[in-house]
Design a protein around this ligand. Structure first.
Ligand code: ADP
Ligand code: ADP
Length: 227
């Protein structure tokens, strides 16, 4: 199984206030599928993604990713898991401003055991001709492509995307989605995408809906369409 969550709980405490960000979330998603996570702001989408990606720890329940019980991992094992299996793409591109496009992607390659060739990945996202530019010389869409290249160069089995098109105009957003679909076709990557964009849900194999920390729906999309 790709992703298997059983009764996952996550509570955030700040002072006397407790927020139940995830309430008894159970979920199975097969390896090699594209899934979207929908839901209003504050419903637990990012928390769910972070628990699956080993950025955040659940307080209870079980998290199995590619048949590994990551809820039982210690900090070193969790770091190793993230390095080996997971690529992250966020809404804010988080590129290093003092490094060129090429060097930013190199950072991703260096932490991987089986990186893809940097030049090939840059060509794949259409940024090879700008490999010597710095992030501030690029448009938002271009920066997001570099951030995607940095995640992809690791050749991750699991690609987690938190609002990857949130800061982009519609046309650029579509380009990014096509890119994710291409990656899926080429490598069979398991992809999870948090989004408010209905167009993204149309291309997904599975649609997961969150509300107030609960998983309210996990539905198979029998006819995913091309982005
Ligand atoms: P979104 O709603 O788009 O997921 P947020 O602005 O809610 O984004 O969250 C951005 C980041 O801030 C996330 O990493 C989240 O874990 C963190 N965060 C959200 N709410 C709180 C909070 N009440 N206290 C501390 N950190 C928070
Ligand atoms: P979403 O991604 O759907 O916007 P989040 O997972 O970011 O939702 O947040 C779920 C709930 O947990 C929200 O009430 C948010 O304020 C809270 N939360 C998220 N991260 C933190 C944090 N680091 N500290 C405290 N509360 C948080």
């Amino acid at each position: 199984m790709g992703i298997l969550l059983k009764n996952v709980q996550k509570v955030y405490k700040s002072g006397d206030v407790e927020v139940q960000a995830l309430k008894n979330v159970s979920l199975t998603l097969p390896e090699g599928t594209i899934s979207v996570i929908l839901g209003p702001s504050g419903s637990g989408k990012s928390t769910l993604l972070n628990v699956i990606g080993g950025i955040d720890r659940a307080n209870g329940g079980e998290v199995h990713i590619f048949d590994q019980a990551i809820h039982e991992f210690n900090d070193d094992q969790l770091t190793e898991y993230r390095r080996k299996y997971v690529g992250f793409i966020f809404q804010s591109y988080n590129l290093i401003p003092t490094l060129t496009v090429y060097e930013n992607v190199e950072v991703g390659a260096e932490i991987s055991e089986s990186p893809l060739p940097i030049d090939e990945v840059l060509k794949g996202v259409g940024m090879y001709d700008k490999k010597d530019k710095f992030p501030q010389q690029l448009s938002g869409g271009e920066q997001q492509r570099v951030a995607i290249a940095r995640a992809l160069v690791k050749n991750p089995r699991l690609l987690l995307c938190d609002e990857p098109t949130g800061a982009l105009d519609e046309e650029t957003g579509k380009t990014i989605l096509r890119l994710l679909q291409d990656v899926h076709r080429q490598f069979g990557t398991t992809i999870l995408i948090i989004t408010h964009n209905q167009g993204i849900s149309a291309m997904a194999h599975w649609v997961v809906k969150m509300k107030s920390g609960e998983l309210v729906e996990c539905a198979k999309n029998e006819h995913p369409i091309d982005a």
